[in-house]
Design a protein around this ligand. Structure first.
Ligand SMILES: [Zn+2]
Length: 228
């Protein structure tokens, strides 16, 4: 039951990669692993958080590719010097995890998608997740959940080319030929379409908009980039 409830509450998306997934084939993810935990670099202790197995705050819906080996599995990196919780302790206590908790933290604050050209073969380049402003949570989450794995990079590229770029083109046409009100209307509609919570890859769309319609251009047309 928890499985379907989590899946629905998360708009049918994996909590880590934001891919829309079928409920049945995928997992209830324990943010703090239940049987065994790899807490490096902060701690070499390996006991699992078995007493949190049925704690709602510790449960998330995640896709298999993010949640199973070689991705997250039992990884739960802590900051150096952080103490591991003990049996019965209520999170977070003194524990300082280095993974983004999708239930309470915004991925957008810690992960930035950057377009990287692959040279002359690709006109458009690819979109890679990177830690935003050097965020350690971003770096650790990308690494642990393998958010830069090849199948996801393909999906990110498709998302930008098929959804984001056509909307950007429409906005740019309106900037050249339409009124200020036309541009504002189109921009608002684009934000709602790409960044509402039911959409896949909101973090990617946010950064693609930020880079394809740069801040100088947004200022000129008085456009705010923010979540609807
Ligand atoms: Zn996933």
């Amino acid at each position: 039951m928890a499985h379907d409830a989590l899946w629905r509450a998360q708009n049918y998306k994996c909590c880590y990669c934001e891919s829309r997934e079928q409920s049945k084939r995928n997992d209830v993810e324990h943010f703090r692993p239940k049987a065994r935990a790899d807490r490096r670099p902060g701690s070499n202790e390996t006991h699992g958080y078995w007493w949190l197995t049925w704690t709602w705050e510790n449960l998330l819906f995640a896709c298999r590719n993010c949640n199973q080996a070689p991705a997250k599995l039992d990884k739960f990196p802590l900051a150096e010097g952080s103490e591991a919780l003990r049996e019965g302790d209520v999170p977070p206590g003194a524990e300082r995890p280095l993974l983004i908790d999708p239930a309470t933290q915004s991925g957008i604050e810690h992960i930035q998608f950057v377009q990287t050209s692959l040279g002359t073969v690709s006109k458009t380049g690819r979109w890679y997740p990177r830690p935003r402003h050097g965020s350690r949570w971003g770096a650790m989450t990308i690494k642990a959940c393998m958010l830069d794995r090849p199948d996801l990079l393909d999906l990110y590229g498709q998302r930008v080319e098929q959804y984001v770029r056509p909307m950007v083109e429409d906005i740019r046409v309106a900037m050249r030929t339409g009124t200020g009100a036309d541009v504002q209307r189109l921009w608002s509609r684009t934000l709602i379409r790409l960044l509402n919570p039911a959409q896949e890859y909101i973090g990617l769309s946010y950064d693609a908009l930020d880079q394809l319609i740069p801040a100088t251009l947004r200022r000129k047309h008085q456009l705010d980039l923010r979540l609807p």
